[in-house]
Write a protein that binds this ligand. Sequence first.
Ligand code: 13P
Length: 254
Amino acid sequence: MAKHKRIVIGNWKMYIDSPAVAMDVVRHVNRKTAGSKIEIGFAVPFVLLPTMANALKNSKIMLGAQKLSAHGGGAHTGEISAGMLKAVGASFVIVGHSERRENETDAMIAEELLRASEAKLRVVLCVGEKNRDESGAHFEFIAAQLKSALAAFPKISAARSLIIAYEPIWAIGKQADAAMKPAELREMEIFIRKKLTEILGRENAMKVPVLYGGSVEEGNAQSLIEGGDVAGFLVGHASASAATFLPIIQVCEK
Ligand code: 13P
């Protein structure tokens, strides 16, 4: 297994409307994690990016967006480009979250990855199956998602800037006890690394951290990080308040 610096990223989705509340959460987490040895990030709604960038000036906490346009710029009403994200202080972007894949094709996701890489943004590429059964078809599903997203992605950029987040859709938005079991996660982590090795080559693949997302809470973070053998977490609902996010970060610090 490759040893990566641990990474914990909060995906705020649409949980926080108010810039004041957002500032509160981020400042609190920043204060409590000042000496942290791990990488911590927040993927926030577009409209909060400038405020958050200001609040995180001089902080090691990474700021990111939850999606980006497949286009680089031009006549695309309502879209947000990789360059725009970079210009307001984002250093990473989530691509292919399952809640986005409802409206985005695999081809769009591959394009979005390229735009992010051109703008030198780190990318959190989400993959995950809708459901599982005895046939094990979910492994082939994940393999296909990785292959189509990364087919044209520069291998050298992957080694530098790619993070994979395995987020099985059936485990998202539940309580801790409904989430993935550590042994199943370990099995999938090994599978993802094998596929990354085929696509990117071993040396590049070993540099890509694999995170888990799907109902990570204080109660299951420890068993998932140890038993699942992942580099960290992409946290949804539990990242929307410092009280629920900090204990997960603390588990990953150990
Ligand atoms: P929950 O932690 O709320 O299940 O969300 C996971 C997720 O989708 C993070 O991107």
